[in-house]
Design a protein around this ligand. Structure first.
Ligand code: FAD
Ligand code: UQ1
Length: 412
């Protein structure tokens, strides 16, 4: 059994970033990180890996390398949060007593929720998914073997991390086929459960234009229900008319699976809201009932787009506000909902969407970003990974806000 000052549950993007900041202040035995995985993945690279650019190995580090040296790593799972008693229980039977808690457990992919999907992913079926290190290589195999028929891309009826990623691979596939000279042989369709192509109007307009120009069919309110592996057939429901089902044959089916927070968080009604997200105040990131508890990243109830870029901006707010609670002073920083989504639209183009809680663009660069740019593709592919490993995970990247203010000569 253990006791510590700050317990961080989850050593992913958000957990590592905040742990790195506190590692500069606290002692090794005061700062605990609870994380079961041997490896840490830079998930934003998965989109490119699925399209044959980069490798899974390149997106992976050993967990021990990404955690700050000055913390105590418990390689174990949280199985129970007891907020009244400031305790977390682990799967190995340990109890960790904390003074302050940061929940950073992310979102889980639930491939099991779609009948036929797990089987289809494990067979040479044309079914693939960028959303897991386990399956992402299959996407490029399927892409290379694609010759004709239907290529279908899905967006589930659940919250997801990186809501742009389900369509990025669709654009990459379109470009791949064009380069190979077989674009006209394949019908490309993007089926999304959402009622919009993207939540921010200016980027949505740009994306609709791209789909029109490149002959990509888009169906809104269309949700993948089931896969028949044997017949290579997918069943979709019309979310406006739930009893209306359509069966479609496919050669390629890229699935973005339903997602939810890990059960241990989602089922705990003291910790989480009805949707299973850790219930924090959306600007301070402090828990609504337990003032010594904060959340960061994909598992939090904040209504921003769930991205690593959002977690970067949140990491600074969590650090300052949690420090304030530790010192008994007032919470000093507010998160504005900043999120960013590099919408890759081809092998050398990207629309860098950046926006806030109001779904108003909040762009870093002093030029219009609602268009396809090579520079943004290079930023995403070459610059972001280094920024992530060398700055963000070391606690030294709080998102581009400072840079944005400089670029816009806005010194308010
Ligand atoms: P994670 O980084 O997922 O970490 C959660 C951690 O919690 C994991 O290490 C997990 O093992 C651990 N954990 C889970 N349960 C427990 C438990 N019970 N006990 C202890 N530990 C637990 N973001 C961008 O900004 N730009 C992009 O271009 C982009 N593209 C993406 C493309 C894809 C295909 C995917 C999958 C994601 C993409 N993202 C992108 C999103 C980004 O990766 C996530 O938003 C980010 O990693 C969230 O960080 P997190 O700390 O909340 O969760
Ligand atoms: C960002 O800060 C970030 O977190 C490290 C990402 O995640 C990988 C991003 O994709 C982007 C675009 C940003 C925003 C950074 C700049 C320089 C605009």
């Amino acid at each position: 059994n253990h006791s510590c000052k700050l317990l961080v549950v989850g050593g992913g993007t958000g957990g590592c970033s905040v742990a790195a900041k506190f590692a500069k202040k606290l002692k090794k035995n005061e700062l605990f990180v609870l994380e079961p995985s041997e490896h840490h993945y830079y998930q934003p690279l998965f989109t490119l890996i699925g399209a044959g650019v980069g490798t899974v190995k390149g997106a992976r580090r050993n967990e021990i390398e990404v955690l700050p040296e000055n913390c105590t790593w418990l390689k174990d799972n949280a199985v129970e949060f007891d907020l009244k008693n400031n305790q977390v229980k682990t799967s190995k039977g340990d109890t960790i007593q904390y003074e302050f808690l940061l929940v950073a457990v992310g979102l889980e992919t639930r491939y099991d929720k779609i009948p036929g999907l797990l089987e289809a992913l494990s067979l040479p079926s044309g079914v693939c998914s960028n959303y897991s290190a386990k399956y992402v290589n299959k996407t490029y195999e399927v892409l290379q073997n694609l010759k004709d028929g239907n290529a279908i891309f899905t967006f589930p009826n659940s919250p997801v991390k990186c809501p742009g990623a389900p369509q990025k691979i669709c654009y990459l596939t379109e470009h791949y086929l064009r380069k190979k000279g077989i674009r006209k042989d394949v019908k490309i369709t993007y089926n999304t459960s959402l009622g919009v192509i993207f939540g921010v109007k200016t980027y949505a307009d740009a994306l609709w234009k791209i789909c029109k120009e490149r002959g990509i069919n888009v169906n809104l309110k269309t949700n993948l229900k089931e896969i028949d592996v044997f017949n290579k057939e997918a069943t979709f429901e019309n979310l406006n008319i739930p009893e209306e089902l359509t069966k479609v044959k496919f050669s390629m089916l890229h699935v973005t699976p339903p997602m939810c927070t890990p059960e241990v968080v989602g089922n705990n009604k003291e910790l989480s809201n009805a949707e299973g997200f850790v219930e924090v105040e959306k600007n301070t990131l402090q828990h609504c009932r337990y003032k010594n508890v904060f959340a960061i990243g994909d598992c939090s109830s904040t209504p921003n787009s769930k991205t690593a870029a959002a977690a970067a901006a949140q990491s600074n707010v969590v650090y300052h506000n949690l420090s304030a609670v530790m010192n008994g002073s007032n919470l000093s920083l507010a998160y504005d909902g900043y999120a960013s989504c590099p919408l890759i639209t081809g092998y050398n183009s990207c629309i860098l969407a950046e926006f806030d809680y109001n779904l108003s663009p909040l762009e870093t660069f002093p030029f219009r970003q609602d268009r396809e740019l090579l520079s943004m593709y290079l930023l995403k592919k070459n610059f972001m990974p280094s920024l992530y490993w060398h700055f963000m995970l070391k606690g030294n990247w709080n998102g581009p806000a400072t840079f944005r203010k400089l670029m816009h000569f806005d010194f308010k």
